[in-house]
Design a protein around this ligand. Structure first.
Ligand SMILES: Cc1cc2nc3c(=O)[nH]c(=O)nc-3n(C[C@H](O)[C@H](O)[C@H](O)COP(=O)(O)O)c2cc1C
Length: 329
């Protein structure tokens, strides 16, 4: 039997706990951690894959990448520069990464800011205000994305109109498919949440349908409770596409880490954001989005970032640590 050093094991379990706050597609939290002596493995949990919206498990892997980045932030503030072994291995495709404590390093102000943002961040689907995102923040989001091995294409003028057309088309194509509607309903929480539930998108965090600069995915069931999109018009909202050079599971994992890094940095700067992935879930709209990027890479998802109106959307539920962590034996 492997024995887990108490301090190491505790630090890794805390990192896994913090990682539960990461954003994930439909709030599926599709990961599992196996805590070993001095390291923990990140596994994809295929039982939580969206087989209709995400048949290849691409957005599942992006979500796992976001959890991995959250765990790295937790380890950084605990004084460790986490070492991530480059996986997945084609022989073991569900084993996505191995994280060990790495070298000791004093946390910097960036690490503390990212850590503080973890509990504040929410996917905010309301319309953002007309105040533009400062250029310095945009540059920082681009730099953070590059640091994680992905790229951020900031859309301007006509490109935002292209994104809006593609997002509307993606919604049309998906809602025409009964299997998609069924999957969406299965992961949209309309009943009061039981504490055991721990996953899915609460209807109160979805916005009610309205004319938007770029359409937002409709989770809210007709007549169900939903957040008021507010009276702002997204005038200052930054729309960007997160993309990678390759379209492989390791690139998806990098994209997820980049997504987490940029959402936390935006939160720390007083901004809010929400991913827009439906536009990449249908082959046709994803291919068109690749053209919007002039074919320079593989679009993984779009994001919108901006200054939110007053108030904060409610928090979405999370699974319990015991459901996502196994101790190796
Ligand atoms: C890969 C990925 C794709 C997502 N796609 C969308 C989307 O298309 N529309 C949306 O409103 N939210 C999207 N989200 C946000 C999730 O719905 C959200 O993270 C989850 O419901 C948990 O809520 P929280 O982020 O407020 O903790 C996505 C998140 C991830 C990681």
């Amino acid at each position: 039997m492997t024995t887990i050093g108490p301090a190491t094991g505790r630090t890794l379990r805390v990192a896994a706990q913090v990682a539960l706050n990461a954003p994930s597609i439909f709030n599926t939290q599709p990961w599992r951690w196996v805590v070993e002596d001095h390291a923990m493995q990140l596994w994809a949990d295929r039982s939580r894959q969206l087989l209709v919206a995400d048949p290849d498990g691409r957005l599942l892997t992006v979500s796992c990448g976001a959890a991995l980045h959250h765990a790295r932030v937790a380890l950084a503030v605990a004084g460790h520069h986490a070492q991530v072994r480059p996986l997945p291995d084609p022989a073991e495709p569900d084993l996505l990464a191995e994280v060990s404590l790495g070298t000791d390093a004093d946390p910097g102000t960036e690490d503390w800011a990212a850590y503080a943002a973890i509990s504040q961040r929410r996917t905010d689907r309301r319309a953002f205000t007309g105040q533009p995102v400062p250029v310095a923040v945009i540059q920082r989001l681009i730099a953070l994305t590059e640091r994680e091995g992905a790229h951020l294409a900031v859309l301007r003028g006509g490109e935002i109109d292209d994104l809006a057309i593609l997002a509307a088309r993606a919604a049309e194509l998906q809602f025409a498919d009964p299997a998609y509607r069924h999957e969406l309903a299965a992961w949209t929480l309309t009943a009061p949440q039981s504490p055991a539930n721990g996953s899915g998108v609460p209807a109160e965090t979805a916005v009610s349908p309205s004319a938007r600069r770029v359409p937002i995915r409709e989770f809210a069931p007709p007549g169900g409770s939903a957040l008021d999109p507010g009276s702002e018009n997204d005038g200052g909202t930054l729309y960007a596409v997160l993309f990678t050079d390759e379209d492989t599971p390791s690139a998806w994992l990098r994209a997820g880490q980049a997504l987490s890094a940029l959402l936390l940095a935006a939160t720390a700067a007083g901004l809010a954001g929400s991913p827009i992935s439906d536009v990449t879930e249908h082959t046709l709209t994803r291919e068109r989005l690749r053209h919007v990027l002039a074919g320079i890479g593989a679009p993984q998802l779009a994001v919108r970032i901006g200054y939110p109106p007053d108030g904060t959307p409610p928090a979405s539920p999370r699974r319990r640590l015991g459901e996502v962590v196994n101790l190796s034996s």
